[in-house]
Write a new protein. Structure first.
Length: 423
């Protein structure tokens, strides 16, 4: 071991600092200061780097927020609830909010929130709402909004408190729920219609049972009156029997209206000659209305159709009943069957009060009543023509009217003719 190594070992084992010359001590002190300076500089660089990263992260977060805010498909607004006048004001809004409310962005920013409400906002209500938000942090409710053009529409508003740039703001996300409300109304309407149909079915059954018994007893009474040659009883029983028949038809019409509305009208489709059904309907009406002259002009050839015989008889009977009811003083009805290309056509013509031209487009609507109809002839609920059109439509046919006020009306309908093989 050299002398220098021996000295160094003795110095370490003794624990005493080395005895350096003043020059060497100055050099060591300078090197220490340099090291401290480098360490301080490194620490400062680390702080600056960390701060830059924080700033960059904050900027990226704000950019991300703005991108989400601007591009959100839902109407989104930033609202300041801390105003001097207690009225919440719109701080910012996205394009979806502008489209939904019909405003440009500059028309909304800075405005009080009642700019798109049906009425003015109450500061006390807003203060209570803010207190609730501060307790709960979030709220959702359905409200009505007003567009720039004045239209009112329902929306679902979801609002929450957020902190942005050291400010407490409200983030509001709105969704137009007009379609959803419409679906709810449709569901309620369908439920109501179902309840109505069930009610009508039960009531009709309960009413038709006693009516059937009454009609049977009236027929027995009329037969006994004929046997005893009691004209007064026979006439009274016939009058009551006609009213029973009228009430029965009314019940049937109400049920048919319900079936038409729900698409549940059942058709028993069979081939038959339309001429035969028209003749049957005319004979029934002629027997019930002996004071009227019902003239039938039948097509020479058979008119075979594929249809529900009972329903087509119902249509013809309804047209004849209306013709008789509104024939005024001229008690004549002309009924005609004809062939028009591939269709069979039935027409019923009266020479009575007619229908005003402006009302003819509504004649097949539910509950239609002509304004020129005499009070004495205003019986019924305006169901017959509506039901008749529904029946003909279901058969793929057409029905219409030609009329002149005070000159009578011609109602006609057509059905497709089927092959000759049924003749």
């Amino acid at each position: 071991m050299s002398d220098k190594q021996t000295q160094m070992r003795q110095l370490v084992e003794s624990g005493r600092p080395p005895r350096w010359s003043p020059g060497r001590q100055a050099i060591v002190a300078g090197l220490g200061l340099v090291a401290l300076s480098w360490a301080a500089e490194a620490a400062v660089d680390a702080v600056i780097t960390k701060r830059k990263r924080s700033v960059r992260s904050l900027q990226e977060s704000e950019e991300w927020y703005r991108t989400l805010f601007r591009q959100s498909p839902d109407s989104t607004l930033l609202i300041d609830p801390h105003t001097s006048d207690g009225v919440w004001r719109i701080v910012d809004c996205n394009d979806a909010a502008c489209r939904m409310n019909g405003y440009a962005r500059e028309e909304l920013v800075g405005q009080p929130i009642d700019v798109d409400l049906p009425g003015p906002a109450d500061p006390e209500v807003l203060a209570a709402h803010l207190a609730r938000l501060q307790r709960m942090g979030f709220d959702r409710r359905e409200v009505l909004h007003r567009r720039k053009d004045g239209t009112i529409f329902p929306l679902e508003a979801s609002i929450s408190l957020i902190s942005l740039g050291g400010r407490e703001l409200i983030l509001g996300i709105d969704r137009d729920i007009t379609e959803r409300k419409g679906s709810d109304l449709l569901a309620h309407a369908e439920a109501a219609a179902s309840a109505r149909d069930e009610f009508l079915t039960v009531v009709s059954h309960e009413m038709k049972t006693p009516l059937t018994l009454m009609k049977g007893n009236l027929q027995l009474l009329r037969m006994r009156a004929e046997q005893q040659d009691d004209a007064a009883i026979r006439k009274s029983s016939e009058t009551v029997e006609r009213q029973v028949d009228r009430l029965t038809r009314l019940i049937d019409d109400l049920l048919d209206v319900s079936r038409v509305g729900t698409g549940r009208m059942h058709l028993e489709m069979l081939p038959f000659d339309l001429n035969d059904v028209v003749r049957e309907a005319v004979e029934e009406q002629a027997e019930a209305n002996p004071a009227f002259a019902l003239r039938l002009d039948r097509h020479a050839e058979s008119l075979w159709v594929w249809a529900d015989r009972g329903r087509i008889l119902q249509v013809i009977s309804n047209l004849l009943t209306n013709a008789i009811r509104y024939s005024a003083d001229r008690k004549e009805i002309d009924i005609r069957t004809a062939k028009d290309g591939a269709n069979a056509v039935v027409s019923v013509t009266d020479y009575g009060i007619g229908i005003p031209e402006q009302q003819q487009v509504k004649v097949f609507e539910l509950h239609f009543r002509g304004t020129n109809a005499p009070e004495a002839n205003s019986g019924g609920l305006g169901l017959g023509l509506y039901i008749s059109k529904s029946i003909i439509d279901r058969h793929g046919g057409t029905i219409g009217v030609q009329s002149s006020e005070a000159a009578g009306s011609t109602f006609s309908f057509s059905l497709p003719i089927i092959g000759e093989g049924y003749a």
